[in-house]
Design a protein. Structure first.
Lengths: 214, 174
């Protein structure tokens, strides 16, 4: 197993004052996405078999999914409209009758998010700066530097130059992982009520799953 | 003694009259952090109650749990947080009342099922389903005459309990 280093991203002063326990954890991984190998597809199938209606209903009382629901509320999102990633996976599973394999990275993120409840994003490490963190958007900022305009004072994942992703999960197209990506930055948001071990597990799960794909 | 009292007599604050300019306005704004912290905690508490009510209402339908978004993800202002807290409190209150009303009616239906079973002839043609008692599934209790019209004429009534939802296979599949 390859040892990956876990890094703590910076958090803007105003944000850390409002949410003292908000943190962004990052892990740089040398890996490619692509078609998921059979073991990953099999794991996805097994996972889908474990998701039942009763489980999904009671999920919002589990500590980690609940912590993200609360955080979603506190930052002005309605978690019943803009779902937290783990609830979105559960809903997709109930609607589609299974978890569909899309590609290795997305499958790895699905597995990690479902297993831990922690939202995870991935960026192309060669297309982003070295200092990644969380801040509020300024005037006339574009997602990824040339994407859609972002409203002022939105909470975003950013590097030294650009906003890379919106906190609710939307990643800038020009900074996200593509077929040609060989180095990735995986990020996970930690909020109040979420133990660090869950965040670490989420990042390690993604890294391990990606390593299965070679 | 009068000399001593005279020494302690306060002097006028502005012997030459009040200052021409008002004192400087404070440079710092009032600290909103304690209020914000309290509001954020209240939002968390209300979200827990709402989640708990959501779980309690399942599998009943017709409840509303949505609270409008505030254009996030962003740091909400004090007024936004207050509005959010109030909306959540209203939603929790409404959901709790609706659940309480619903469970009251369900309890009545349960009692009626017992009465139907004891004295079916007093509840002719009454039909109560699982929906009416807040349980999942298609089971229902139906008071029907034994042996059709003859039973009706003789006042022989019984409660028929359905065996549940139709199977997904077979001739009569839904």
């Amino acid at each position: 197993m390859v040892e990956h280093e876990l890094q703590l991203g910076w958090v803007d002063h105003e944000l850390s004052e409002e949410f003292p326990e908000l943190e962004l954890w990052l892990m740089r991984v040398q890996a490619r996405s692509g078609r998921s190998p059979d073991p990953v597809r099999e794991r996805l199938r097994t996972l889908a078999g474990r998701i039942t209606g009763g489980h999904v209903i009671h999920m919002r009382q589990d500590p980690v999914p609940w912590a993200y629901r609360v955080f979603w509320r506190q930052i002005g999102l309605d978690p019943d409209t803009t779902r937290t990633p783990v609830e979105q996976i559960a809903l997709d599973r109930l609607q589609w009758g299974g978890l569909r394999s899309r590609n290795l990275l997305d499958d790895a993120i699905t597995i990690a998010v479902w297993e831990t409840g922690v939202p995870v994003i991935a960026l192309d490490a060669d297309l982003v700066g070295s200092q990644i963190g969380l801040r509020l958007t300024g005037d006339d900022e574009l997602l990824g530097g040339s994407g859609r305009p972002l409203p002022e004072r939105q909470i975003a994942v950013a590097d030294e130059h650009n906003c890379l992703a919106v906190l609710s999960g939307e990643v800038a197209d020009e900074r996200g992982v593509t077929r040609s990506t060989t180095n990735m930055v995986i990020g996970a948001i930690q909020v109040k009520g979420v133990p660090r071990i869950s965040v670490e597990e989420a990042l390690w799960t993604v890294a391990d799953t990606l390593s299965v794909g070679g | 003694m009068p000399e001593v009292l005279d020494q302690h007599r306060p002097t006028a604050p502005y012997p030459q009259g009040p200052p021409s300019r008002p004192p400087l306005a404070p440079r710092t704004r009032p600290d909103e952090r304690p209020a914000r912290r309290t509001l954020l905690d209240q939002v968390a508490h209300l979200e827990r109650e709402l989640s708990s009510l959501f779980v309690s209402t399942w599998p009943r339908k017709g409840f509303e749990f949505s609270v409008a978004s505030r254009g996030g993800p962003r740091v909400l202002g004090l007024a936004d947080l207050e509005e959010l807290r109030d909306d959540l409190a209203t939603r929790v209150d409404h959901a709790r009342r609706s659940l309480s009303d619903r469970t009251y009616v369900e309890e009545k239906h349960r009692c009626r099922i017992e009465e139907m079973l004891l004295e079916p002839e007093k509840h002719k043609w009454v039909r109560i389903g699982n929906d009416d008692i807040g349980e999942p599934g298609c089971k229902h209790w139906h008071v029907t005459p034994r042996w059709g019209i003859f039973g009706m004429l003789m006042n022989w009534w019984r409660v028929k309990i359905s065996s549940g939802c139709p199977l997904a296979e077979g001739h009569c599949a839904p």
